[in-house]
Structure formats: C-alpha cells, structure tokens
Design a protein around this ligand. Structure first.
Ligand SMILES: Nc1ncnc2c1ncn2[C@@H]1O[C@H](COP(=O)(O)OP(=O)(O)OP(=O)(O)O)[C@@H](O)[C@H]1O
Length: 244
C-alpha cells in the first residue's frame, strides 16, 4: 500500500547558533487518513518540520514522499495543493472575504460551492459576516477562521495545522476543533496539528508524534501516549504539564 506521507531520516541544521542541529533522522509514515498531534516543548522544531511537510522549508538531509512520490519529483505548487499548510498567523489574500473563500475554486478552476462555504462559515460563528467586506479589515480571530475555511474548500487530502486555534477564544476554539474533527472523518483526509494545548491534542488526535532532544521521540496512539508514555522524556513532558 502506498503511504500518504513518508518522512525519511529528516535532518534540519540551523545556519547559526550554539545548537546547529535542530532535529535529526526524523522518520515516520502515515498509511491511513487520521489526525496526528505533533507535540513537544518550545523550540524543538515542530513548526519547521510541519513547514517541511508543506514544502515551505527543506531538509538538509533525508527525503519526504507524498503518495509514494519523492518531494524532488513534485512541482512544489502541486504538492502544496495536496498538503495544505494553515499558518498560525493567517494571511488574507487581497480583496474581499468572498474573494478569499473563492481562492480554492479559482486555483482548481472548478465552480465555487457557495452552500458549503456558507455552512462552514455558520459552523464557525461567521454566518452574519458580510462577504463583501475587505478581508484585511477582519479581526485576528475572524481572519484565522476565514483562512481555515478557505483551506478546507481546497479539499486537500492532507492538512498541516500550525497552532491553528491558539489565537481563538474558548468558544471559537471548540467550534474549530469540532468542525475539523468532523471534516477529517467526512473527507477521509489527514490532519497534523502542531499544538501546545494537550486537551486539544487528546480531543482531536488518534496519534501523537512527540519531539524532544532533537529527535522524534515517540510515535504512539494518543491514549497510550497520555496513559503510558514509553519514554522518560515524554513522562517528564506530561508531568511538567500536570498530566502524569
Ligand atoms: N531557517 C531558520 N534559520 C534560523 N533559525 C531557525 C530557522 N528555522 C527555525 N529556526 C529556529 O529553530 C528553532 C525551532 O523553531 P520552531 O518554530 O520550528 O520550533 P517549535 O517547536 O515549533 O517551537 P514553538 O513551540 O515555540 O513554536 C527556533 O529557535 C527557530 O528560531
């Protein structure tokens, strides 16, 4: 069976600093659609690894494969349509909210699914929003949610979510978690969540990738990771968060 995504011995070396190796020999494989939470203390390289999976950063060593084809054989733009990166700081495209929502259909050259867009806006508490409003004038939380819906409308098989809910209020955060969980199941897509919120990780993921001391230290089922972490590093990480 062809894997959805394969990370093979990925190493990232930083251009300067006392600790030049950010991470080394990170290997993992996703064989079936699922949600994975990528955890670890600050500065371990989680965002860098996620950006590599989006072809927005390159490994110094190792190779990534998407649907069985190595990154070197992909046109980056096509890879990014399959592996959709949702940034922590949302970037609005020029124009209106509607222009942003229509971005995926323009890219794919297919008709815009207005009904689905309305449904998703409603689920994230944005049903009253004027679609003619300039996207740049939205609040930070509104931009985050519109950017997320714009990404979902791409209907990508893989979503790379970089602390997507961190700037949202508790209500919106729960709405996003609910929507993405339902979307992942309905669309049979894969989601990789970088998050510092362990409640979120537990609620949304089936699997945990845990980074510590420059390696991917654990790759485990979510319950197993939280109930019986296999390594001392993970135990200490969970203890520090009051979870173990
Ligand atoms: N291209 C680069 N050049 C220099 N430093 C970099 C580069 N990419 C990442 N870094 C550094 O690598 C470290 C890890 O960054 P990264 O954001 O990937 O970690 P993280 O685990 O996601 O951290 P956080 O949880 O705090 O967001 C940081 O100190 C960052 O400044």
């Amino acid at each position: 069976m062809t894997s959805i995504l394969k990370l093979q011995q990925l190493t990232k070396i930083l251009p300067q600093g006392e600790r030049p190796i950010l991470f080394a020999n990170v290997s993992a494989q996703i064989d079936e659609p699922q949600s994975i939470a990528l955890l670890g203390a600050s500065g371990q390289g989680k965002s860098t690894l996620l950006r590599m999976m989006a072809m927005l950063d390159v490994p110094d060593e190792g190779e990534l494969h998407l649907h069985g084809t190595p990154a070197s054989a992909w046109v980056p733009k096509e890879w990014r349509m399959q592996a959709c990166y949702v940034a922590q700081q949302p970037v609005m495209l020029p124009g209106t909210v509607e222009d942003n929502l229509k971005a995926a259909s323009r890219l794919h050259k297919h008709s815009f699914d207005q009904e689905l867009a309305r449904e998703l806006m409603g689920e994230l508490g944005l049903s009253g929003m004027d679609w003619g409003k300039r996207a740049g004038d939205l609040s930070g939380g509104e931009k985050q949610r519109v950017a997320l819906i714009r990404s979902l409308l791409l209907r990508a098989p893989l979503y790379l979510l970089d602390e997507t809910t961190s700037s949202l209020d508790a209500h919106s955060k729960r709405a996003v978690q609910r929507l993405l969980t339902a979307w992942q199941a309905k669309e049979s897509c894969t989601m990789i969540w970088v998050t510092h919120d362990l409640d979120e990780a537990r609620a949304v993921s089936q699997r945990i990738w845990f980074m510590a001391d420059r390696v991917l230290c654990e790759d485990a089922e979510t319950n197993e990771f939280f109930e019986q972490p296999a390594t001392e590093k993970a135990r200490r990480f969970l203890q520090a968060a009051g979870r173990h």
